[in-house]
Design a protein around this ligand. Structure first.
Ligand code: NDP
Length: 251
């Protein structure tokens, strides 16, 4: 795969939170294919994380995996600092770690709400603040928000959608604060993408698929391609933007 791409990210260092599987693993592999050295975080999937590191290593690129729960501020800060210490710099942060606890709103618990806030918003706050300490001119902060951060086409996602709406406005606000440093902040908003979090097979997938214009789920590489573009030099005038990759779900 790597031989088919240019090396637009040669010399760059990226950290992808939640990079052991799903969308984050695809992003880590794609950024490495484009030339970056990559760190990923994970919580439980040490084997999965090791296999992503191995896959990147087999293409001649550098990668490390760091256990860091997005809900643990100290661990997240340490992961950011370790990435910069290992590779000597930090150019790209992809805030991908996230979770959803789907339930009809009246059955959702306060614990569910706290959990999605801790991972999807608080984790983004901590990682981004830590990363900005290391980032220089041309840095890239990339959020993985969600199409449901703008329009909610299916039931059961109120707490999750609220956190992704917060990620959207976080992106817009932060872009104004770091623009003077030449750092861009963008929010990639996936629609239904086939992963363990949102499998394309099963009952839960039926209404989501039906809401897309293309009548199908997307692939993790569809999101990785957008992230790689935003991370690259051609996207230097894109900031504060919400970039939806959803098969037309929100059309
Ligand atoms: P998956 O559940 O398939 O993968 C999640 C990844 O994040 C894993 O590598 C997991 O590793 C890691 N992770 C989970 N919890 C934490 C945590 N607390 N701290 C650090 N890492 C964690 O999810 P997806 O790939 O589907 O989703 C990735 C992102 O994309 C999320 O932000 C999600 O909200 C967003 N998204 C996904 C959509 C979809 O349809 N799939 C649609 C819209 C947005 P481990 O298990 O080891 O912790």
């Amino acid at each position: 795969m790597s031989s088919n791409y240019g090396q637009k990210l040669a010399g760059k260092v990226a950290l992808v939170t939640g990079g052991s599987r799903g969308i984050g693993a695809a992003i880590a592999k794609r950024l490495a294919a484009d030339g970056a050295s990559v760190a990923i975080t994970y919580t439980k999937g040490a084997d999965a994380a090791a296999s992503v590191v191995k896959a990147i290593g087999s293409t001649g690129k550098k990668a490390i995996a760091i256990q860091a729960d997005a809900a643990d501020a100290k661990a997240v800060t340490a992961a950011v600092d370790k990435t910069a210490a290992t590779f000597g710099r930090l150019d790209i942060l992809v805030n991908n770690a996230g979770t959803a606890l789907p339930a009809p709103f009246e059955q959702a618990t306060l614990e569910d709400m706290d959990r999605v806030i801790d991972i999807n918003i608080r984790g983004v706050f901590v990682a981004t603040q830590a990363a900005l300490k290391h980032m220089g001119d041309g840095g890239r902060i990339i959020m993985i928000g969600s199409a449901v951060g703008e329009r909610v086409m299916v039931p059961g996602l109120v707490p999750y959608a609220a956190t992704k709406g917060a990620v959207k406005i976080f992106t817009q606000g932060l872009s104004r604060e770091v623009g003077s440093r030449g750092i861009t902040v963008n929010n990639v908003q996936p629609g239904p993408i086939d992963t363990e979090l949102n499998p394309a097979a099963g009952e839960w997938a039926v209404p989501q698929k039906a809401q897309t214009a293309l009548n199908r789920y997307g692939h993790v590489d569809d999101i990785a391609a957008m992230v790689a573009f935003v991370a690259g030099p051609e996207a230097s005038y894109i900031t504060g933007a919400n970039l939806t990759v959803d098969g037309g779900m929100n059309a």
